[in-house]
Design a protein around this ligand. Structure first.
Ligand code: C2E
Ligand code: MG
Ligand code: MG
Length: 645
C-alpha cells in the first residue's frame, strides 16, 4: 500500500514538475554506466573523455531537475536559490557540449598535435560560463507542465552550446578523412539530434529536451564505439587485435614508458578448429595471469603483452618462453618470443607494427625462438627498410648498374672473361655496394628482380658490344639462391636471351653452394636444363661454406670459383695452403677449371700460377669498373697481347 502510494507520488512529482524527459535521460545514463564501468577496458583517452561527457550529462540532468524543483517551489519568483541552480544547470549544459567537442577532436590525429585547439575551446567554454553567471535569468512557472527559464543568461547558453555543436559538426566534416568513420557518423547523428531538440525547445520552451537528447547521443556513441565489448576478442577475452595499434599510439602520444612482449605463433597448428580455440584460450589465460599486463590478440593466433616499463623483467620473459616451449593440451606449437624492454626502440606505433610484421613474416623460416629487441636490432631493421626503399627506387628509376671485373687466363695470357657485379647508383651519384643491398634484397624477395635486371643489362651489353672480338669469351653473372630455386628460371633466362638475341655460350651463370644445399633437386634440375640450352656454369663462393667436394662431383659446373676469404687464408695459414693445394689438384683431375678471386699482389699471382689454377680475378689486375672503363681496359690489355702474338 505504502509502495504504491510512493510510486503515485513520484509519478505526480514527475508530471507536475515537467521532468519526464530528464528522468528518462537519467535512466538511460544509469544503464550505460552499468555496462560501461563493470567491464575491463584498455583505457583509451577517448573512453575517458566519453566517461567525462557522460558524467557531465548526468550532472546536467540532475541540475535541470533541481532547478525545476526550485522554480516550482518558489512559483517562478526567481529566488536566489532558483537563480543559482538555473545558472549551474546552464553552465553544465555548456560543459556537456564542450566535452562533446573535445571528444571529437581527440579522434582527429591532426588536432591532437595542435597546441591551440584545446586551450581555445576551454577558454571559450569558460567565457560562456562567465557570461551565464553574469547575465540575468528569468523563470516561468504555470500550472502542471510549464516550467522554464529565459532571458540573456539562457540566450548566452544557447549561443555557446550552438557554437560548440556546429564546431563539432564542422570538425567531422573538415577532418572526415582523418577520423574514425564510425565515430564521425555517431557524432554527427548525436549533434543532429541536439540541433533538433534545441529547435523544438526553442519553439516550445516548456519541452525540456536537451538533456535527454544528450543522453540519447551518449547511447549512440556507446553502441557505435565505446562499448567495452568491442575492445575484446571473442575467443579468448583478451583485447582485440584492431585496438592494439591505437592503444600503442596513445602510449606514445602520452609519453608513457612501456615494454612489450610479442608471442608469434606458427600459423599452422595441425589441429582441428575446436582444439585450436582451446589451446588459444589456454595460452591467453596463461598470459593474463601476469600482473599489470594488457594482453592483445595479434595477427592470427599471436599475442602481444603490453605493460608499464617499471613492471617488465627479463625473468617474466624467460617464464613465458619456458612455458611456450612446452606443449599446449598435448600439441607442440613453435613460437617466437620477442621481448621489447623499452618502447623507445621505436618512435611510433606504426614503427612497432613494422617491426612486428618483420618478425611475423620471417617466423616460419627462422630458427630463432627468443629475441631481446633492443636499439641495435631496431637500427638494423630501420637501415634494412631504408635500403629496401633504395633498391625499389633504383629498380623503378633505372639506377641499377653493372660493373665488370676482368678475369685473367694464365693459359691465354689475357683477359678471357669478366664477372658482372651489381651496383646501385644513388641519386647523389655515389655507388651502393652489393655487400650492403644484396642481403636486404635476399630477405625481402627483391633479389630476383635485381638479378633479372642485371641479366638484362648484361644481355644488352652483349648485343651492343661484340666482346669476343677483343678476346672476351663470356661474362659471368651471379644467380641468387632465390633465382636458382625458381622452377621457371630456365624459361625466364631463355626468353631473355631470345629478346636480346644473345648466344647462351656468351653467358656463364654463377651459382652458390648455399642454393645447392637448400634445395638441391630443384637447383640441379635447373642447372641441367641451363647446360642443355648452352649456358656454362660456375660454382661461386667455394671455400666459404661446407665446400663438400661430393657436391661438385654431381653438379654440371665447368668452373669452380675460390672465394677471396680462402685465398687470403692460403697466404696466412699453412694448413689451408696444404688443403687448397690438394683441392686444386682434385678439381683439375675432375676436368674442371678454377678461378681464384681476391688476388691483390704479384707474389700471390705467382703462387697461384705455381699451383696450377686457370684464372685470376682480383684487384691486382683491376677492381670492377663500369662498362666503358672495362671495355677500354680490355682493349688496351688484350690488344697488346694479340699484337705480340
Ligand atoms: P662474388 O660473386 O664472390 O664476387 C666477387 C667479389 O669479390 C666482388 O665484390 C669483387 O669486387 C670482390 N673482389 C674480387 N677481387 C677482389 C680483390 O682482389 N680484393 C677485394 N677486396 N675484393 C675483390 P662485390 O662486387 O662487392 O660483390 C660482392 C658479392 O655480392 C658478390 O660476391 C656476389 O655474391 C654478390 N653480388 C654482386 N652482384 C650480384 C648480382 O648481380 N646478383 C647476385 N645475386 N649477387 C651479386
Ligand atoms: Mg660471383
Ligand atoms: Mg665469388
Amino acid at each position: 500500500m505504502k509502495t504504491s502510494l510512493t510510486v503515485k507520488n513520484a509519478s505526480y512529482i514527475i508530471r507536475y514538475m515537467n521532468i519526464k524527459f530528464q528522468c528518462c535521460g537519467i535512466a538511460i545514463l544509469c544503464v550505460l554506466c552499468f555496462f560501461n564501468f563493470h567491464r575491463e577496458t584498455v583505457g583509451f583517452r577517448g573512453t575517458r573523455l566519453y566517461a567525462r561527457a557522460m558524467a557531465a550529462n548526468f550532472l546536467c540532468l540532475v541540475l535541470d531537475i533541481s532547478s525545476i524543483a526550485c522554480i516550482v517551489a518558489d512559483g517562478g519568483s526567481g529566488t536566489l536559490i532558483s537563480v543559482i541552480m538555473g545558472k549551474l544547470y546552464l553552465a553544465s549544459l555548456i560543459l556537456v557540449f564542450y566535452l562533446g567537442f573535445s571528444y571529437t577532436c581527440n579522434d582527429i590525429y591532426a588536432l591532437q598535435h595542435s597546441k591551440l585547439t584545446m586551450p581555445i575551446s576551454t577558454a571559450f567554454a569558460l567565457l560562456g560560463c562567465a557570461l551565464v553567471a553574469l547575465l540575468p535569468i528569468h523563470f516561468v512557472q504555470q500550472g502542471m507542465s510549464i516550467t522554464y527559464s529565459y532571458g540573456p543568461s539562457v540566450m548566452a547558453t544557447n549561443i555557446f552550446a550552438m557554437i560548440f555543436i556546429l564546431g563539432t559538426l564542422l570538425m567531422t566534416i573538415i577532418f572526415r578523412k582523418k577520423m574514425n568513420p564510425r565515430r564521425m557518423r555517431a557524432v554527427q547523428i548525436w549533434m543532429t539530434i541536439e540541433i533538433c531538440a534545441g529547435l523544438i525547445q526553442f519553439m516550445s520552451p516548456s519541452l525540456l529536451l536537451i538533456g535527454f537528447a544528450t543522453a540519447i547521443g551518449m547511447m549512440i556513441l556507446f553502441m557505435e564505439l565505446e562499448n567495452p565489448e568491442g575492445e575484446l576478442d571473442r575467443v579468448a577475452n583478451v583485447f582485440s587485435a584492431n585496438i592494439m595499434h591505437d592503444y600503442i599510439r596513445q602510449l606514445y602520444e602520452d609519453h608513457i614508458p612501456f615494454a612489450g612482449i610479442l608471442i608469434i605463433n606458427a600459423t599452422e597448428w595441425g589441429v582441428g578448429r575446436i582444439q585450436e580455440r582451446a589451446i588459444f584460450m589456454e595460452m591467453a589465460n596463461f598470459l593474463k595471469a601476469f600482473p599489470h599486463c594488457k594482453v592483445f590478440r595479434g595477427t592470427g593466433n599471436d599475442f602481444a603483452v603490453v605493460l608499464p616499463q617499471k613492471f617488465y623483467s627479463e625473468q617474466m620473459v624467460r617464464s613465458i618462453y619456458e612455458r611456450f616451449v612446452l606443449s599446449w593440451l598435448g600439441t607442440e606449437i613453435s613460437t617466437l618470443i620477442i621481448a621489447v624492454p623499452d618502447n623507445r626502440v621505436a618512435t611510433t606505433a606504426d614503427e612497432v607494427t613494422q617491426f612486428y610484421q618483420h618478425y611475423r613474416s620471417k617466423m616460419e623460416s627462422s630458427d630463432e625462438r627468443l629475441v631481446f629487441f633492443g636499439q641495435a636490432e631496431a637500427d638494423k631493421l630501420r637501415m634494412a627498410k631504408i635500403i629496401q626503399g633504395e633498391i625499389v627506387s633504383a629498380l623503378d628509376e633505372d639506377r641499377v648498374e653493372v660493373f665488370y671485373q676482368p678475369i685473367y687466363s694464365f693459359e691465354k695470357n689475357c683477359f678471357v672473361s669478366a664477372e658482372a657485379l651489381c651496383r646501385i647508383r644513388k641519386p647523389d651519384g655515389s655507388v651502393m655496394m652489393p655487400g650492403v643491398f644484396i642481403p636486404v634484397a635476399e630477405k625481402t624477395g627483391l633479389v630476383e628482380a635485381l638479378g633479372t635486371r642485371v641479366l638484362e643489362k648484361v644481355c644488352e651489353m652483349l648485343r651492343e658490344h661484340p666482346i669476343t672480338e677483343i678476346g672476351v669469351e663470356y661474362i659471368e653473372v651471379n644467380l641468387s639462391v632465390a633465382q636458382c630455386e625458381n622452377r621457371w628460371l630456365t624459361e625466364d633466362i631463355s626468353q631473355l636471351i631470345e629478346r636480346f638475341e644473345v648466344d647462351p655460350s656468351l653467358l656463364n651463370l654463377e651459382i652458390t653452394e648455399t642454393s645447392t644445399i637448400r634445395s638441391r633437386d630443384m637447383v640441379i634440375a635447373n642447372m641441367e636444363k641451363l647446360t642443355a640450352l648452352g649456358f656454362s656454369l660456375s660454382l661461386d663462393d667455394f671455400g666459404t661454406g661446407e665446400s663438400n667436394l661430393n657436391y661438385i662431383v654431381d653438379m654440371p659446373v665447368q668452373i669452380v670459383k675460390f672465394d677471396r676469404s680462402m685465398t687470403k687464408d692460403y697466404f696466412q695459414n699453412d694448413k689451408t695452403k696444404l688443403v687448397m693445394n690438394s683441392v686444386v689438384e682434385m678439381i683439375r683431375n675432375m676436368g674442371l677449371h678454377i678461378v681464384v678471386e681476391g688476388i691483390e699482389e704479384k707474389q700471390q699471382l705467382d703462387a697461384m700460377a705455381a699451383i696450377g689454377v686457370d684464372y685470376i680475378q682480383g684487384y691486382y689486375f683491376s677492381k670492377p669498373p663500369p662498362l666503358q672503363e672495362f671495355l677500354n681496359f680490355i682493349h688496351i690489355k688484350n690488344l697488346a697481347v694479340m699484337k705480340e702474338a
